[in-house]
Write a protein that binds this ligand. Structure first.
Ligand SMILES: [Fe+2]
Ligand SMILES: [Fe+2]
Length: 395
């Protein structure tokens, strides 16, 4: 399913709004004269950007929306003086009207409003902590995107709150429930970030990291792909094979993300480093800097493991999701690229049948543990042992 269907006529001049919308959402467009109910059924939001002067066009919009019962999900973009179009839109039951002279952001806000409503509906049976964590992370991403557009400071307080909310949600429902809830999110990019953050929190918990280490690691996981905000969704979520140019555009996201975070100021240096280096491999075959061994910090090594595992476990437009065992087998084949000790600890965690369903608060011994990641120390080189996950099962 795509996010937004633009219904246009042959006189519609839409590049500005279409370009901005397709940078944030998956988008397709169809001529009003060719609109079928299947188009409407396959989209979450319908933006009608046509003059609605032809009887045939109006009838097609009316029929398609009627059949799919989707009028609440429609937005009409009216020309400045298009009184007749507004009346026509209202007569077919399209309640939201945005004048085309208004900023494109108004159209984006109307689209986001409908998507938020849909998300809230799909989360209605989830525990409050889960809803709060998913909603605060969604808000974080909208604010980070607009901060980057406007060269404004990053919303660091919201970043901390989102990290803590994710930790609280996983404490409350366990990792498996968290992942199930996250899978309901309409945006592939948000799903990925929320999953990586969930696995990151669980991994930190499993290693018995300090509260400070856990917070920085979760923040790094939330912002690791922030450079993708500069890449159109049409490329990021493309179902078919990428062109060389598109692949190169995607491979720029670590540099663009780190640069934006540095410019936004005040992000923890490890968060900036994680955005830049999470695609580096110990054998020097990664990008963008082809770093090797000791030049890759323990936090980045942990993030790379969590990021790859999450990507393998996710369903994408171009691939099915792998089972945990298959994903781990695939990663075990990446010889020399991942930190072997951290990978072994992560493997034991995700393949432990009990771990994903446990609901428990952080142990006092972990809360008071010494910081290691923020000091560049390997978590497995300190005295505190990795927790025995089976011992902590609570069901
Ligand atoms: Fe990435
Ligand atoms: Fe990622």
């Amino acid at each position: 399913m795509i996010d937004v269907l633009f219904v246009v006529d042959d006189k519609t001049d839409v590049p500005a709004v279409l370009n901005k919308t397709s940078a944030m959402f998956s988008v397709t467009r169809v001529l009003a004269t060719a609109l079928e109910p299947g188009h409407v059924a396959g989209a979450r939001v319908i933006v009608v950007h046509a003059a609605l002067r032809s009887v045939d066009e109006v009838a097609r919009i009316e029929d398609a929306c009627d059949e799919a019962r989707r009028r609440d999900d429609c937005i009409y973009v009216a020309k400045d003086t298009d009184r007749a179009g507004i009346v026509q839109a209202e007569s077919v039951g399209i309640g939201r009207v945005v004048a085309s002279h208004q900023p494109v952001e108004d159209v984006l806000a109307a689209i986001q409003g409908i998507l938020n409503r849909e998300l809230a509906h799909s989360l209605k049976d989830q525990p409050a902590q889960v809803v709060q964590a998913i909603e605060s992370t969604g808000m974080l991403f909208r604010q980070v995107a607009s901060a980057m557009r406007d060269d404004a400071p990053l919303p660091l307080r919201l970043l901390s709150a989102s990290s803590q909310n994710i930790g609280a949600a996983i404490e409350s429902v366990g990792l498996v429930e968290w992942i199930n809830a996250v899978e309901m999110h309409h945006s592939q990019t948000c799903r990925h970030i929320l999953m990586v953050a969930g696995y990151a929190d669980a991994f930190a918990r499993n290693l018995g990291l300090s509260a400070n280490d856990t917070l920085v690691f979760t923040q790094a996981s939330l912002l690791h792909d922030v450079g993708k905000l500069f890449i159109p969704i049409s490329i990021l979520e493309k179902a078919g094979p990428l062109t060389d140019q598109e692949r190169q555009a995607i491979m720029m996201h670590p540099l663009r993300g780190a640069k934006a975070l540095r410019r936004g100021g005040r992000a923890h240096p490890l968060v900036v480093e994680a955005a830049r280096s999470h695609h580096e491999y110990l054998d020097g075959s990664g990008y963008p800097d082809r770093l090797t061994d000791e030049r890759i910090s323990p936090l980045v090594r942990m993030l790379t493991i969590v990021d790859i595992y999450s990507a393998l476990r996710e369903e994408r437009a171009y691939k099915a999701a792998m089972t945990p065992r298959l994903a781990i087998t695939e990663m075990a084949g990446m010889k020399g690229k991942l930190d072997p000790r951290l990978f072994a600890a992560f493997r034991d965690m995700v393949l432990n049948p009990v771990f994903g369903s446990q609901r428990s608060s952080r142990d006092a011994e972990a809360v008071s543990a010494d910081d290691c990641l923020v000091n560049g120390l390997h978590p497995l080189d300190r005295a505190t042992p990795v927790r025995n996950v089976a011992r902590r099962a609570t069901g």
